[in-house]
Write a protein that binds this ligand. Structure first.
Ligand SMILES: [Zn+2]
Ligand SMILES: [Zn+2]
Length: 421
């Protein structure tokens, strides 16, 4: 076996995916739009390491959470420490806030983040072990106005990206004071229906009955429809918060639906929870989900500071953004012969420094081949430099849209391009 055939056998790891240039353009667009919008709402980017101490995520998700039990990408490093590739983003932000005491700074605590996450999940269509998220987080804002503001920002993001036909679901998951009573009631109901639930859900009755609502099996869903609703159990404070949140959504003209079964299985989630879904992804698949986690900072050993945020799955979002073949403003330089080559290199440098996308390729081709290559690449113009052009100092500039070709002096190339763009 030669070296060459050996390397050819190495493929991408199961559950990972290459984002090839054409698709990457869409990713860039989504990222750019997201950054612009978040910055306009006062958010600033935070970048944290991809791996952290395993305890961080265990602390964050709670020992009984499914993520910790089955899905963490943990490994020992050379010093024998247990490290984990982050399965979610919030614990890292919270750690950074505490570590750098960001809560003492005058800026609002509004952060956004774009990057990969890792879960050792069963790979299936549209689900990856390395997946990407856009996250936003706000800390130290108790007022339900912020809950509505982030839903409005999410809505604005999706509309700007031309993702249409979405639906927004909202709910309250109560707080430490009112949730235990609901938990108890829910457990009683689930226990009575034990035989009708799947094995996984039967286990959840004892560990975390709220997660039964997440089960995708239709039998379980049918049963859980009849379970009591959390909104019938929330305390006065939670009820008021939810009422104001909904009123502010009305103010922003955001359409939403109450969904009492929209719950989160992690203990530190409180009050507001919401999800944006689209029928394009099939039932149950959310593009975006978020909510309040007023108790999380304390769990991580930080100050008693409330938090709220949402996360968007990039893979899903990118798949929903309509493809737009954006017209390129690029120029392809076709040269013939060695003297012309040097001129081509020099002109290309000048144009690039002036901000014009310019391509010269160094494989020998005939003029005909060069023209067809430029056409395939979708170049807007072709600059032809042949032997005559070298002698006369005049170049042929062809507009690929109109087919129009004109003779241009070297010093006027830039001006001509700028005028016709
Ligand atoms: Zn409450
Ligand atoms: Zn189930």
């Amino acid at each position: 076996m030669t070296e060459d055939t050996k390397t050819r056998k190495i493929a991408a790891i199961k559950g990972t995916k290459d984002i090839l240039p054409q698709e990457a353009r869409k990713w860039q667009k989504v990222e750019t739009v997201a950054r612009e919008i978040f910055e306009r709402y006062g958010y600033r980017e935070i970048r944290s390491p991809i791996f952290e101490a395993t305890e961080l995520f265990k602390k964050g998700t709670g020992e009984t959470s499914d993520i910790v039990i089955k899905e963490m990408y943990s490994f020992k490093d050379k010093a024998g420490r247990s490290l984990t590739l982050r399965p979610e983003y919030t614990p890292s932000v919270v750690r950074a806030i505490i570590e750098h005491r960001l809560y003492l700074q005058p800026q609002p605590l509004r952060f956004y983040f774009i990057g990969p996450m890792f879960r050792y999940d069963k790979p299936q269509k549209g689900r990856y072990r390395q997946f990407h998220q856009i996250d936003i987080e706000v800390f130290d804002e108790k007022d339900p106005a912020i809950d509505a503001e982030i839903v409005e920002m999410a809505d604005h993001l999706l509309k700007t990206l031309k993702v249409t036909g979405t639906e927004t679901f909202v709910n309250s998951v109560g707080c430490r004071k009112c949730r235990p009573a609901y938990h108890k009631e829910l457990r009683n109901h689930a226990d009575k229906a034990r035989k009708l639930l799947c094995v996984e859900c039967q286990r959840k009755i004892d560990t975390n009955p709220l997660r039964i609502f997440d089960c995708k099996i239709s039998g379980c869903q049918e049963v859980s429809q009849r379970f009591p609703k959390i909104t019938d159990f929330i305390c006065h404070e939670c009820e008021e918060h939810f009422r104001k949140f909904c009123a502010y959504l009305d103010l922003f003209n955001i359409k939403y639906r109450l969904e009492p079964r929209l719950v989160r299985g992690i203990d530190y989630y409180t009050k507001t929870t919401f999800e944006v879904i689209t029928p394009a992804l099939g039932a149950q698949d959310a593009i975006l989900g978020g909510g309040r986690y007023d108790d999380m900072m304390k769990v991580f050993g930080g100050p008693d500071m409330c938090g709220i945020g949402f996360a968007v799955g990039m893979e899903r979002l990118v798949s929903l953004v309509p493809f737009e073949n954006e017209e390129t403003q690029s120029i392809y330089i076709a040269y013939l012969g060695d003297l012309a080559k040097e001129l081509a290199m020099d002109v290309a440098k000048e144009l690039r420094h002036e901000g014009i996308e310019c391509l010269v390729e160094y494989r020998k081709r005939t003029l005909r081949n060069l023209m067809s290559r430029a056409n395939k690449l979708g170049a807007k113009w072709v600059l032809i430099i042949g032997e005559d052009e070298v002698k006369t100092g005049r170049y042929q500039l062809k507009d690929m849209m109109t087919g129009e070709q004109k003779t241009v002096k070297r010093e006027l190339i830039l001006k001509t391009l700028k005028e016709s763009s």
